[in-house]
Design a protein around this ligand. Structure first.
Ligand code: FE2
Length: 314
């Protein structure tokens, strides 16, 4: 059989019988829907069987409840095709569509929210992350080309839930230029502009100079924009800085910090804002920048995550 990338589902966390029961619609399945689900072969992995059975049941219910016509279904097929055609290494329209429908933020919450509140909250990675951003020494600037905007020193400590510093934690950051574009969207910006990778020092301290982030519209010239227009919604995201923080023995954190004074902080087009992630950019005493923000990151250990997860299941 041809290898299928969906087989990776079988390597994800196992699902209990009770989770399987709760994933299925409670009412008796329509015979036609049951026949489609029952066509699943015996070699299918449990996770694939669960996810596809549930998806088929919910999808069929959605079609019946809304009496979807052939013309409407074709509009949906066309949209999916356009999502694929618009996507490449510089643009991920699939993630954008998920974002405006609140899907990525929900999956983020389902994956990373724990019972405990003593760690830093996660937020969506979004469609503009790039691996291998330049590594800079602590305190350096990620601004390769001056395109205006207010500079800001962003600094803090990475520590464990126990409060002890995490030395050598990897801190990746990225944000847009003042024109609202990430470097891969903008031919005027150098490669990896406004992106950088830093490592915490012996005290768990990190520091970089970037820009006070500005609100920007997500790209709305494709299917994600069509959806926003259909739903009479704006495309703006509040100004934010993306973080990806990792350290051996600890759970990787993907998050964003949001400017408390941004006009869209309570009206994010992709529903990613959490109160704990809203920060205040203060006037700075540093000669490096007129603003600064202090942001500490708390990472749980793998053992702590396992303990939280087992508490959640009880
Ligand atoms: Fe972003």
């Amino acid at each position: 059989m041809r290898p299928c990338s969906l087989t990776v589902l079988s390597q994800l966390s196992p699902v209990s019988d009770s989770a399987l029961d709760s994933a299925m619609p409670s009412q008796t399945l329509d015979p036609y829907t049951a026949s489609v689900i029952n066509a699943t072969g015996p070699a299918t992995t449990p996770r694939v069987r669960q996810v596809f059975s549930s998806m088929i049941a919910h999808l069929h219910d959605f079609l019946r409840e809304n009496k979807v016509t052939v013309d409407e279904w074709m509009l949906g097929v066309d949209m999916i095709n356009r999502i694929g055609k618009m996507s490449d290494e510089r643009r991920n329209e699939g993630i954008l569509v998920c974002d405006v429908l609140g899907v990525e933020s929900l999956v983020d919450a389902l994956t990373y929210d724990l019972e405990s509140n003593d760690h830093t909250k996660s937020a969506i990675i979004g469609p503009f992350y790039r691996e291998n951003s330049p590594q800079y020494p602590n305190g350096a600037s990620i601004i390769q080309k001056d395109l205006g905007g207010d500079r800001a020193v962003v600094h803090g400590h990475v520590k464990g839930v126990d409060g002890l510093p995490i030395k050598g934690a990897r801190v990746e950051v990225w944000h847009t230029a003042p024109n609202g574009l990430y470097e891969q969207q903008d031919p005027e910006q150098p490669e990896y502009n406004l992106r950088g990778t830093f490592f915490t020092d012996d005290n768990g301290y990190y520091e970089f100079v970037g820009l006070r982030p500005t609100s920007y519209p997500i790209p709305f010239d494709g299917p994600a924009g069509d959806i926003l227009q259909l739903l009479d919604r704006h495309p703006y995201r509040p100004g934010h800085i993306h973080f990806l923080v990792s350290a051996p023995g600890h759970r990787r954190l993907i998050t964003q910090i949001f400017d408390s004074e941004d006009p869209y902080v309570e009206n994010d087009s992709v529903f990613a804002v959490k109160g704990e992630l809203v920060v205040t950019f203060q006037p700075s005493t540093s000669e490096k920048a007129p603003f600064e923000v202090v942001y500490d990151v708390v990472l749980p250990t793998s053992e702590e995550v396992a303990a939280y997860e087992s508490t959640k299941k009880k």
